[in-house]
Write a protein that binds this ligand. Structure first.
Ligand code: TYD
Length: 136
């Protein structure tokens, strides 16, 4: 089950009275080479993002500001995880359907990705994803 591979990663946190600092190193703090970084921001209240799964892509999601919920679904079970700590990331392997919702005002979702953008890597239809995930 791919859901069992999803996990929270704790990044280094350098605390300082001037403000905190977190850093992320490829292949050390995330289990893949980072080929792409993108971020979701200015998400209007009540909107959700995601609503897809990936055939190969692995990602780490980070709430660098604010908070949001991530609903994860591997075709067998579902889990909701709230991200609200800039020093934590959520690792999502391939073949996990995700929906990102309940964004707080000003939230920024930073995504580290193992591959360049490729529309061919997406399952955007849930029924098609389920069929592939369950091998039916
Ligand atoms: P999409 O992956 O559907 O966003 P979400 O994660 O909210 O589901 O991407 C939205 C649009 O942006 C879509 O037209 C593809 C484009 N896009 C890129 O061109 N490059 C990227 O790295 C990403 C993530 C999306």
């Amino acid at each position: 089950m791919m859901l069992a591979q999803c996990r929270i990663i704790e990044f280094p946190k350098i605390q300082d009275r001037r403000g905190n600092l977190t850093f992320i190193e490829e292949n050390r703090h995330v289990p893949f080479e980072i080929k792409r970084v993108y971020y979701l921001y200015d998400v209007p209240g009540g909107e959700s993002r995601g609503g897809h799964a990936h055939k190969q892509l692995q990602q780490v999601l980070i709430a660098v500001s604010g908070s949001f919920d991530v609903v994860l679904d591997d075709g067998f079970s579902r889990e909701k995880i709230t991200l609200n700590r800039p020093w934590q990331g959520l690792y999502i392997p391939q073949m996990v359907w995700r929906e990102i919702e309940n964004f707080s005002s000003g939230a920024v979702c930073l995504v580290l990705a193992s591959e360049f953008y490729d529309e061919e890597d997406y399952y955007r239809n849930y029924a098609n994803f389920l069929r592939a995930a369950r091998g039916t």
